[in-house]
Design a protein around this ligand. Structure first.
Ligand code: 4AD
Ligand code: MG
Length: 477
């Protein structure tokens, strides 16, 4: 019978004897010990070869990266580090791997190097652990919503609306790019397009999710989103996945409760189900920390950080309160926060966010009631006429992980806000209809999936938590 390594390692050696297993060779030591991995788990199974029983030419083909099929007896291991091992009876090479050219050698490779080998990097322990965690987190996300009465909705990828109004969209067109039809003004004539108008890849499924919240009550989307922002940072991708719940009759306080409960649930889920991978990544991270100067070292390991978040309340405070704290703070001995002196109304820079989360409160922070002018048009205006019912959740080491809001449900106010930033009513007539027919308080948020995976794995660069990162100048795969 064929088993995965994960299944075999869970069994006691006495339960079954004869096993068949397929995987990729990690190492072959002393012409005797094959460390075989099939991706089902972090661990390798040790396969012990009696080299006198096998053809020398066959053994030469057992190289790092080769795919092999092993049949043998599962026995208690004599060596340290594993309970069981396989005494090999038959050995078949399914796919050779030339050790001279195979890029993933059994040694430490830099993440930069491995990024260029995105198609092979999950053959390493670190990347396979990260991707198993990514899979587990997405399962936990669906589980949470499913258990809490939410319906899963698919919102369009190709869309005519710019949900965030930030103009950071990738255009989608069926027109001949080299020779597009032009109108009298000399502009590209999108009425000639397959869609009959200018269309883009979605930046967020929120507006469409709102339509479903206003009929099914509690819904969420979980899909790819695209931003044509030319930011070359360790926290931005041009293509990323976003989770966006949207709930009718829920206000901003309810939105904060939902986000906090949800984040705690998914992190608890991986602590319960993926401890092996987490422990491995924790050790990796702690070794990396040791190479840093004492002052910059994190005093908490990965698992401690995850537990801390699941066990403690998030700090909630308004933007205005945060600005007050920042104004009175010195991030280092010499300087105060230079960007913020008397600057109510400006957006926080990531150094401010990190100061609040990592130095001041030392826990996740929910900031709410932001100045209207730095947030999207659809957010509910407060009675002060200056702030909107927005919330951002800031996480240690990550900064903004969630952005959300209570939505503007009053038709007249929404129309005014759209007019102020030149969004034509015709463009969003269906969105306005939601406010015309049975409008109600409703709220939701967007969680950047890769930022969650970064936090959960301790990886420092967002390119290393998505299988094929899309960033400026990178779309190789
Ligand atoms: O704050 P954002 O732009 O909010 C929205 O798009 C809302 N429509 C969400 C909603 O209320 N339904 O994006 C939400 C989250 C951010 O907090 C961040 O975690 C992530 O998406 N994000 C990115 N992640 C990776 N790369 C990028 N370029 C990102 N831009 C945003
Ligand atoms: Mg945001």
């Amino acid at each position: 019978e064929t088993y995965t390594v994960s299944e075999i390692l869970k069994k006691e050696s006495s339960i079954f004897q004869s096993v068949s297993i397929k995987g990729w060779v990690r190492t072959f030591r002393a012409n005797r010990f094959i460390a075989l991995n099939d991706g089902s788990t972090l661990n390798n199974i040790q396969c012990v070869v009696d080299f006198e029983k096998f053809d020398e030419d066959l053994l030469k083909r057992i190289t790092t990266g080769a795919a092999i099929h092993v049949m043998g007896d599962l026995v208690e291991s004599q060596g340290k580090g594993q309970k069981v091992e396989i005494q090999v009876n038959t050995l078949e090479v399914l796919g050779d791997s030339d050790p001279e050219t195979f890029p993933i050698q059994p040694k430490k490779h830099s993440f930069e190097f491995l990024r260029e080998q995105a198609h092979l990097r999950t053959r390493t322990s670190t990347f396979s652990a990260v991707m198993r965690l990514r899979s587990s987190l997405s399962f936990a996300i669906h589980k949470y919503f499913n258990e809490n009465g939410f319906y899963y909705m698919h919102t369009p990828i190709i869309t005519g609306s710019d949900a965030e109004g930030a103009g950071e969209m990738f255009r989608v067109t069926s027109l001949d790019a080299k020779n597009p039809p032009l109108n009298e003004k000399g502009h590209i004539d999108y009425t000639e397009d397959f869609f009959g108008k200018e269309t883009n890849l979605t930046v967020s499924g929120q507006l469409e999710a709102e339509t479903y919240a206003m009929s099914l009550g509690k819904v969420y989307t979980f899909g790819p989103t695209f931003r044509a922002e030319n930011s070359n940072t360790s926290r931005h991708l041009a293509e990323f996945w976003m989770i966006e719940p949207e709930v009718a009759f829920m206000d901003l306080a309810g939105n904060m409760d939902l986000a906090e409960d949800f984040l705690k649930f998914v992190l608890k889920y991986i602590l319960e189900h993926n401890l092996e991978d987490l422990t491995f990544l924790d050790t990796r991270l702690q070794n990396e920390e040791k190479t840093k100067p004492q002052a910059e070292r994190s005093d908490m390991g990965l698992i401690d950080k995850l537990k801390f978040v699941t066990e403690n309340n998030f700090m909630r405070l308004s933007y205005t309160e945060a600005i007050e704290i920042l104004r009175n703070s010195k991030p280092n001995k010499k300087k105060k926060f230079k960007y913020l002196i008397n600057e109510w109304g400006t957006d926080l820079q990531s150094e401010h966010e990190r100061f609040l989360v990592e130095k001041h409160f030392k826990c996740p922070v929910i900031l709410f009631d932001y100045p209207a002018n730095i947030k999207a048009f659809y957010m509910r205006l407060n009675e002060d006429g200056k702030t909107v019912r927005a919330m951002d959740i800031l996480f240690p080491g990550i900064g903004e992980i969630v952005g959300g809001a209570q939505r503007e449900e009053r038709l007249d106010v929404l129309k005014e806000k759209m007019a102020a930033i030149d969004i034509p009513e015709e463009d969003l007539w269906w969105y306005l209809d939601l406010r015309k027919y049975g409008t109600a308080v409703h709220s939701g948020f967007g969680l950047g999936f890769e930022r969650l995976v970064m936090f959960a794995t301790g990886m420092g660069n967002i390119r290393d938590v998505i299988p094929f990162p899309r960033t400026p100048q990178s779309a190789e795969f």
